[in-house]
Unconditional design. Structure first.
Length: 463
């Protein structure tokens, strides 16, 4: 976890040198207390920062660490960080410590990082030494929570962390940690209040025992000194004008708005990523659905046109180029199909049209003879076949079954889901007036074509 410090001018910066083990231990112990309190009581104070003073040659330096609650709040403010539910534990490599590895994902940048939390298996005593006959029943929760905290902070940019620290300090979400007292066996004079220090000189003057005999006289001089300390009490009431600090409430507003601005920036990034995602889907559908290409064919086409093979590697401009390329290929395919249809129509107009209800080569005499005799219509030695047979079906039931299957695949919502007019257009675009005039071979080919479109629609697009 990164640590920070407050400079001489009050500016928060990253600690220029590694924080001392004393500060790290104090901050970790404080976070342990917060984690256990939240676990056992269901609530904990809103402490987002820990401040620990360290004595240096240049004076007192305040080391700042972000709590697990503070890391969670930063993640909520940004709104694009998610913890993946597959924690990995290592309980065997170290006899005294447990390690928790937590995966944390940045949903906007699609990047996953691992945060590691380290926690002693035993209750820790003085000197940060484990008491090996007392197991810490909350060690697992502490390790996982710290791993999540470290993973979140690993994702957050430095400038956002600094703005968050300034905002949380201004909001009073900081806990000041006191260094542990060292017991030397002597009472430090600095710890005693000034009233006791002033009482020592009279104690040295007491041995002459001068005030013992004149007890009333001793009480008289004692009265004025009691009134003299009362005089400083009046200046104490005068020193009450601390309404000046309201000037310092301005930085909180700016810091808070800075965090809000960073969260807004994250939302802008998320919207841009969503735009790119939708553009990838459009490009993929243009190649695979409209052109009927496989994934390998699409990748080959992109590489041949100096574009990246994978859609996820393309930026916005490259995706637009790929879409324009696919659109151009679709238009070319449509023009080619229109030309073929025009050629077919010209041929059809040049050839005399036969009655679709009569077999090819039937003469007027044969039709008249058939109507007069009431017998079947024949051409030469062949008996007249019904329409379904001339279309290649073995029976009318087979024709109805295949027609019904095509219609269901075109219109059912779980299939292609076309409206009735769209399904009819699908058939007429293939030069057939209706489904009853489609030969068996063409009808089977249409069913295979629709099945391919449905499969492409259901299969997740590979980017």
């Amino acid at each position: 976890m990164p640590y920070y410090e407050e400079g001489a001018n009050g500016v928060i910066v990253r600690s220029q040198e590694d924080a001392t083990s004393e500060a790290i231990s104090a901050i970790e112990r404080a976070d342990d207390e917060t984690i256990v309190q939240r676990l056992t009581t269901g609530s904990a104070p809103d402490v987002y920062l820990y401040d620990y003073p360290v004595n240096t040659k240049d004076g007192v330096k305040h080391i700042i660490g972000i709590s697990s609650s503070g890391a969670d709040m930063i993640a909520k403010e940004l709104g694009n960080i998610e913890t993946i539910n597959d924690v990995r534990l290592d309980k065997d490599s170290d006899p005294d410590y447990i390690y928790a590895m937590v995966r944390v994902k940045d949903l906007v940048r699609n990047v996953t990082l691992i945060g590691v939390g380290r926690q002693c298996k035993f209750v820790v005593g003085r000197g940060n030494e484990p008491i090996r006959d007392r197991m810490d029943e909350h060690a697992f929760v502490k390790a996982v929570t710290k791993g999540q905290r470290n993973g979140i902070l690993h994702h957050v940019p430095e400038e956002i962390i600094l703005k968050a620290i300034n905002a949380y300090k201004a909001q009073g979400k900081e806990r000041k940690l006191a260094p542990p007292r060292v017991d030397t066996g002597e009472t430090s004079p600095a710890v005693k209040p000034p009233s006791q220090q002033a009482a020592k000189p009279p104690a040295a003057a007491m041995p002459p025992q001068r005030p013992v005999t004149p007890t009333p006289a001793a009480t008289k001089p004692a009265a004025p000194p009691v009134q003299q300390p009362a005089k400083p009490a009046t200046p104490a009431t005068i020193v009450t004008p601390p309404p000046a600090p309201p000037v310092e409430q301005k930085p909180p507003d700016t810091a808070t708005t800075a965090v809000d601005a960073s969260a807004a920036a994250a939302r802008v990034i998320a919207e841009q990523q969503e735009k790119l995602k939708n553009l990838r889907v459009d490009v993929n559908n243009r190649f695979m659905r409209d052109l009927g290409m496989s994934r390998e064919q699409r990748q080959k086409t992109c590489v041949e046109n100096n574009l990246p093979e994978s859609l996820t590697e393309m930026n916005e401009d490259q995706l637009k180029q790929a879409f324009a390329l696919a659109d151009k290929m679709v238009n070319a395919a449509i023009e080619k199909m229109n030309a073929q249809n025009e050629a077919k129509q010209k041929v059809a107009q040049a050839v005399p049209q036969e009655n679709p209800l009569e077999p090819a080569g039937t003469t007027a005499e044969q039709i008249a003879a058939s109507e007069q005799s009431g017998g079947p219509l024949t051409t030469g030695s062949e008996q007249n076949q019904p329409v379904y047979a001339r279309l290649g079906f073995e029976s009318q039931e087979e024709q109805e079954r295949l027609r019904g299957r095509l219609f269901a695949m075109l219109t059912e919502p779980e299939q292609l889901g076309l409206a009735f007019d769209e399904a009819k257009k699908f058939i007429t675009d293939r030069q057939f007036a209706n489904a009853s005039s489609i030969p068996k071979t063409n009808l089977s080919a249409m069913i295979d074509e629709v099945a391919g479109i449905i499969e492409t629609k259901k299969t997740p697009s590979g980017f």
